[in-house]
Design a binder for this molecule. Structure first.
Ligand code: NAD
Length: 347
């Protein structure tokens, strides 16, 4: 249990959707000091960290992961026993319209963090050195698109199709190389689509809820039959804890929720839930519109999570129906948050 030796962990991207869920969960259930390294881009939310900011075991460091001096200084000052690297530009559509920040953060930023982590780790000794972990949160999108059958696993070949997934794949290769060349104790995870509270409304689920509540069209790309494997964010957070505590160094782990669903079916489920929980004059289903498909849109993602299940005993706890209902209720109860994020940024 590496974190027991020196319970300080740096979460990069800790003000984002998944990162803030990690911060909230680990501050409340584990006795870690949690350091959030985040540039606070449009995708971040300080409101998602409101309780953390009151906690003496929490530190927010508003720096860019590609700023070598700032990152090196943070490591020297906080002396982490682990780094969980989530900071990224994460929206596929934005990567198509403007890939430059994706190259900078996802590739140069990951390289910068790896180099800082390597110098820091090489200077450690004994138990501290043995306990250190660098956990890189990648995505299933690095494997490209599946046909109707099969699932991605740790042996799947890399075939990224979007600028976003190409930059994440580049990060994967850098992480792997820093392990093989320098011995840095890394673990890489590939997870499927996450959903839950505090997700930026540029992403499918909060976007549809936000549009529906405003009585605006619900744009569905192409025929809407692209399949995604949905994972409730708290289950992902728990998987990351398992990896940090018991994952094998140098290994990759696929994490999936085991619930495949087409985008169209998902939007219809959201309409059903909104019809039940926030009925309007007409059913929300009437707002569904088919729009031009995203260029290079991957058809299907699905994860085979048997490795993390067999080795670490991790299993998702949240059934999709329960998680989706919880998620819709959260956005209904936090419409001020949704409106605030939407107003702050045009997308
Ligand atoms: N959301 C998903 O469904 C999903 C699925 C698989 C993998 N992932 C991966 O998980 C990670 C987190 O995803 P998310 O959905 O929470 O993303 P997000 O966009 O909600 O959050 C990203 C965070 O990173 C920060 N950030 C961006 N550039 C930075 C920089 N240069 N320096 C420091 N901080 C910076 C942002 O301010 C933001 O707080 C990403 O690496 C993503 O590739 C996400």
């Amino acid at each position: 249990m590496p974190l027991n030796l020196s319970p300080s962990v740096i979460i990069t991207g800790g003000a984002g959707f998944i990162g803030s869920a990690v911060v909230r969960a680990w501050l409340s259930t584990l006795n870690y000091r949690v350091v959030c390294l985040d540039k606070l881009t449009y995708a971040s939310s300080l409101r998602a960290l409101a309780a953390a900011l009151e906690n003496p075991r929490f530190l927010l460091s508003a720096i860019d992961v590609s700023d070598a001096l700032a990152v090196t200084t943070l490591l020297a000052n906080t002396r982490p026993s682990a780094i969980v690297h989530l900071a990224a530009e994460s929206h596929v559509d934005r990567s198509i319209n403007g890939p430059a920040p994706f190259i900078q953060t996802n590739i140069v930023g990951t390289y910068t963090l790896l180099e800082a982590a390597r110098s820091y780790w090489e200077a450690l000794a004994g138990a501290e050195k043995a306990a250190f972990r660098f956990l890189y949160v990648s995505t299933d999108e690095v494997f490209g698109s599946l046909g109707d059958a099969g699932r991605f696993d740790e042996a799947s070949a890399y075939a990224p199709n979007s600028p976003y997934s190409a930059t994440k794949a580049a990060g994967d290769h850098l992480v792997r190389a820093w392990h093989h060349t320098y011995g840095l104790p890394v673990i890489t995870s590939h997870c499927s689509n996450n959903y839950g509270p505090h997700q930026h409304p540029e992403k499918l689920i909060p976007r549809m809820i936000s549009q529906a509540l405003a009585g605006k069209p619900l744009p569905v790309y192409g025929d809407g039959l692209q399949v995604r494997d949905w994972l409730f964010v708290d289950d992902h957070v728990d998987a990351l804890r398992c990896l940090l505590e018991r994952g094998r160094i140098g290994e990759r782990y696929c994490i999936g929720g085991g619930f495949e669903c087409t985008n169209l079916e998902l939007v219809r489920r959201l309409c059903d839930l909104l019809d039940e929980l926030r009925p309007a004059a007409a059913s929300y289903h009437h707002l569904i519109r088919f729009v031009d498909d995203r260029p290079g849109h991957d058809r299907r993602y699905a994860i085979d999570p048997r490795k993390i299940q067999a080795e670490l005993g991790w299993h998702p706890q949240t059934h999709f129906e329960t998680g989706l209902r919880k998620t819709v209720l959260w956005y209904l109860e936090h419409q001020d948050w949704l409106r605030g994020v939407t107003a702050a940024e045009q997308f």
